[in-house]
Design a protein around this ligand. Structure first.
Ligand code: SF4
Length: 616
């Protein structure tokens, strides 16, 4: 490993211009051909942890390598895996809640009794969750370790909480779950960033807080003492009969989960899964100055469960973004697919979330039972043009048939068929082309493994296929792509002097929205802000501020990275100026816990749910 690493260092120092992933692959293959000892084989993904490990544990050896700062920067850039994962400026950690009954029973939804509703045991985040007993603390720590091993900076974290329907879980569980997310980040020692990536650092142990005294190892033992396991065979054996009953229609998913949760093992584990708002607020306060700050917290729920009260509670948890399963805006299709939420409830949920300042991400499905490509096309246009809706982000999933879902009956009777691939790609490409400049299409496929899909898209590169079709259509018709994700500067360096501040104005049923964006001469997007001017209030709302660029540490400016060029501050000042000019007396920001200090620096004052600046 050392030989390979030093060859890379030498190549960087020599100014070799061909240092890219392909060059690295060749070098790794060459070193592996030269060794016949399987234990000494070089793995690309282990080079970075090896380098960081030696730097932290064996400084003399590291010094002998003579790696100057410029060489190190190039080395880290070359060895970092999956750079896009933090290209949006933030490291994302997805966690999964424990299996729990869902108050809807949608036809296409998987019924894997080892998982929360709608998830499957072999999705990557689900595997991680199951290995960690669905414990939020353990999930966060294991993900942090993995991100560091891949070379990502982890000082700014977006937490995404997935699994079933969040508002169906008891509030005390919600409080505990979120408190543990924060606590895991607060207790991760910052020195680990300097290279202790290969091991779980010991957290600081408080002797005064009973629930807070267990470190990862003790926590693991505690779950095992309850009789829980992450052994795959044991898990399968313990749920096989219930899964068979669900698959045969003899029992519902909710009934099966009630039986599993009624077992002594889960009863015991659940006994400590509760917390109070005060407990959570203590962790929020610590996180403001922690090495791993929460800059976004997203939860997943259904529109019919969004009320002013639930929105207020989500805000108290520290939530900044709500993922809402909509799937369709056609009442007939919603009913046909046994969706509980109605179009009226969807409309109302948009009103509540927008007024409360949340960033609104929605799930939308093509190819639902009873739909056609023409109807889907029309439905998506309604979503992105009707002032009752207009989301900020979309997960655009084509429906597919997974083994355990009730859609299987309809498939067998010939009542549902997946669209042919070409038709699906064309439909999604058309959707991308009509997506406005203020909407980001975050995903086009779920992380479902091909073996779980009975019928429907199995291509993991569906998005690339759609993008190719978009380029083709755009070239033929002269249309241009406005959608955010395809315009992001991503991992590219940004020359700040090239950027221009552009604005897109649009109107919803309850507000005038100003989407302020920094764009390059080629219309690539380097940062944006969402300003909401409500029709019936005196206070404006900043719903989101996001600046792209390669991730740099909060305290370590990075050359060329857009995050540290004051772009965010200028966006906020522009929003304040616009709100003041429109006659608003104050402006609120739906800040995340970890960004509160930043907004205080910009003159905002802490309030109960938001930070506020007067505009007089
Ligand atoms: S609301 Fe979501 S989790 Fe619940 S059944 Fe429907 S798709 Fe599945």
């Amino acid at each position: 490993m050392e030989k390979a690493l030093l060859e890379i260092v030498d190549a960087i120092k020599a100014g070799n211009r061909t240092l890219d992933a392909a060059w690295l692959d060749k070098l790794v293959r060459r070193h592996n051909r030269a060794t016949h000892d399987a234990n000494r084989r070089v793995a690309k993904r282990r080079l970075l942890p090896f380098y960081l490990g030696v730097k932290a544990r064996d400084p003399q050896r590291w010094e002998s390598w003579d790696v100057d700062p410029a060489t190190e920067e190039a080395l880290l850039g070359l060895l970092k895996m999956k750079p896009r994962r933090t290209a949006s400026g933030v490291a994302t950690i997805t966690v999964i809640t424990k299996p729990w009954p869902c108050s809807s029973d949608c036809l296409y939804c998987p019924n894997d009794v080892r998982m929360p509703k709608s998830y499957l045991a072999d999705e990557p985040a689900c595997q991680r969750a199951e290995r960690n007993y669905f414990d939020p603390y353990l999930q966060v720590r294991s993900r942090l370790v993995a991100l560091r091993e891949m070379g990502h900076v982890t000082d700014k974290i977006e937490l995404i909480v997935l699994g079933g329907t969040w508002n169906d879980y008891p509030q005390e569980y919600q409080l505990w779950f979120v408190r543990e997310l924060f606590r895991a980040l607060n207790e991760m020692e910052p020195e680990a960033d300097a290279g202790n990536a290969w091991k779980r650092p010991e957290p600081k142990v408080s002797q005064t807080d009973d629930a807070a005294t267990d470190n990862p190892e003790r926590r693991d033992r505690r779950y095992r003492a309850c009789g829980l396991t992450y052994d795959q065979e044991a898990l399968q054996a313990s749920t096989r009969e219930l899964q068979r009953l669900v698959d045969d229609g003899a029992c519902t998913y909710n009934q099966a989960i009630a039986r599993i949760n009624g077992r002594a093992s889960w009863q015991q584990a659940s006994a400590w899964q509760h917390a109070t708002l005060d407990d959570l607020r203590k962790q929020h306060a610590i996180n403001e100055a922690a090495a791993h700050r929460v800059v976004g917290l997203c939860i997943e729920t259904r529109p019919d469960l969004i009320t002013s009260e639930s929105a207020c509670f989500m805000r108290q948890l520290g939530c900044t973004k709500v993922q809402m399963g909509i799937q369709s805006l056609d009442q007939r299709i919603l009913q046909t697919n046994h969706r509980k939420a109605t179009v009226g409830q969807i409309e109302q949920a948009f009103v509540v979330l927008r007024r409360a300042g949340f960033k609104i991400q929605i799930h939308f499905m093509a190819n639902l039972l009873g739909s056609t490509p023409q109807a889907d096309r029309k439905d998506y246009r309604t979503l992105v043009s009707d002032p009752r809706f207009l989301p900020d982000e979309v997960k655009l999933y084509p429906c597919c048939l997974v083994q355990s879902s009730r859609l299987g009956d309809y498939y067998e009777r010939g009542l549902w068929r997946p669209y042919p691939e070409g038709e699906l790609v064309e439909l999604l490409a058309q959707d991308v082309l009509v997506t406005p400049a203020y909407v980001r299409i975050s995903r086009m496929i779920r992380d479902i493994s091909a073996t779980d899909i009975v019928a429907g898209n199995k291509k993991t590169n569906l998005r690339q296929m759609v993008e190719a079709q978009v380029s083709k259509t755009a070239a033929a018709t002269g249309q241009s792509v406005q959608e955010i994700r395809q315009r992001e500067v991503a991992t590219a360096d940004v020359d700040v002097s090239d950027l221009r501040l552009d604005s897109v104005l649009y109107r919803t049923t309850v507000s005038d929205e100003h989407f302020l964006q920094w764009v390059t001469p080629q219309n690539r997007i380097a940062g944006f802000l969402r300003l909401s001017l409500p029709h019936d209030g005196t206070e404006a709302m900043i719903r989101e501020v996001h600046v792209y660029g390669r991730v740099a540490g909060i305290h370590e400016p990075s050359r060329g990275a857009a995050q540290h060029a004051g772009l965010g501050r200028q966006l906020v000042e522009e929003a304040c100026a616009r709100a003041a000019a429109a006659g608003y007396q104050a402006i609120n920001v739906i800040s995340s816990v970890g960004t509160r200090p930043y907004y205080r620096g910009l003159g905002f004052v802490d309030g109960e749910l938001y930070q506020r600046r007067t505009l007089a």
